[in-house]
Design a protein around this ligand. Structure first.
Ligand code: SF4
Length: 348
């Protein structure tokens, strides 16, 4: 196949993105595949493990989120986990073949008193040889630097949707607050994980707006989680209209074309997708998943079925350190047995 360099652009116009969305489906997927193959092995998917280190009672009012203290979703509220308990979970994740360990806390922002514990977690997980990622809410410059100094590799902070639709979903923090946090993360030298949620009642123009915001950042996020709304009873979006699966796949494909070097992650909502739907998203350019029984607040497809699907599709987990396929496969099987109890939530 002829390989040519895809330009990384930061000046996508609404019209250009709309034209991508409006391509015939097969043309769009073909274009996304071409871009994908220039930058990634098309038969590898990066696998991360996600742990909620502090669940529930969040002061923010994100209308999709069962962890918000504004809604009664029956979610058990927990205190910040002990450092040792987090490291034990990280060890299990490593034994299971995961290469990145993501820790999420339902906070508006980390409090000064919590920082020493969080920093110990980062150092401890790094020492196990895993990549580290955290999602703790808003960060100012100082806290971003503290986390970067501790060795945190990635910080997750989603833009969620377009600037225009944002006020319908969250009122307790602004879009600019989110952009400011991303700026502080970038300035500190950490990598950015940032994406959004589809199926919240947004328009096609809002989906275009979200992708433009992400792609047109001064440097594109290294990881772009694309979530399908999980309608949780008790949240204001429990009865949101279901998004057409083909529109979801189109969004993944357009994200792949606009952000050629980013890992596009299939995140919350995957448990409601058929194997065929997931296979189509991989074809469209998704190349990262979380595995585990639960994804922060929503149930994740059983890890065994993930492994079976990978096998059926001839997909291998992307490896950080090279290990024989059988070794990693065995690690994943072991870990699938062990993973449990991750109260799932959207990356904040
Ligand atoms: S998405 Fe994050 S910030 Fe929003 S309510 Fe949930 S935990 Fe809090």
């Amino acid at each position: 196949m002829q390989q040519h360099q895809t330009e990384i652009r930061h000046d996508w116009s609404e019209q250009e993105v709309r034209e991508l969305f409006e391509l015939p489906f097969n043309d769009l997927l073909f274009k996304a595949q071409l871009v994908h193959r220039q930058h990634f092995n098309p038969n590898e998917v990066q696998v991360s493990t996600l742990l909620s280190i502090k669940t529930g009672a969040c002061p923010e009012d994100c209308k999709y989120c069962p962890q918000s203290g504004h809604y009664n979703t029956g979610l058990e509220k927990e205190r910040l986990m002990q450092v040792d308990a987090v490291l034990e979970k990280a060890k299990q994740a490593k034994e299971s073949g995961s290469t990145r360990f993501c820790m999420g806390a339902a906070w508006k922002h980390p409090a000064d008193k919590d920082m020493p514990y969080v920093i110990e977690m980062v150092k401890g997980v790094k020492a196990l040889g895993l990549e580290t990622c955290m999602t703790l809410g808003m960060l100012d410059e100082g806290k971003a630097e503290q986390l970067a100094d501790a060795g945190l590799d990635y910080y997750n902070h989603n833009l969620d949707t377009s600037p225009e639709f944002y006020g319908n979903i969250i009122t307790t923090r602004t879009y600019q607050d989110r952009l400011d946090t991303l700026h502080h993360v970038r300035e500190s030298g950490m990598k950015i994980c940032s994406g959004g949620i589809l199926g919240m009642g947004e328009t096609a123009t809002d989906r275009i707006g979200l992708l433009r915001q992400l792609a047109n950042l001064p440097k594109q996020p290294e990881s772009v989680p694309i979530n399908m709304l999980v309608k949780v009873k008790g949240t204001p979006l429990e009865d949101a209209e279901t998004l057409d699966n083909l529109e979801f796949i189109r969004t993944i494909a357009v994200a792949r074309i606009m952000m050629p070097e980013s890992h596009v992650r299939l995140s919350a909502g995957r448990e409601n997708m058929s194997d065929e739907m997931q296979a189509m998203t991989f074809m469209a350019g998704a190349n990262s998943i979380f595995y585990g029984e639960c994804l922060l607040t929503t149930p994740n497809p059983e890890t065994h079925s993930d492994l079976q699907l990978f096998k059926r599709l001839g997909i291998n987990p992307e490896q950080r350190i090279s290990e024989a396929d059988e070794t990693q496969e065995q690690l994943i099987i072991n870990n699938l047995q062990k993973q449990q109890d991750q109260s799932f939530f959207y990356e904040a």
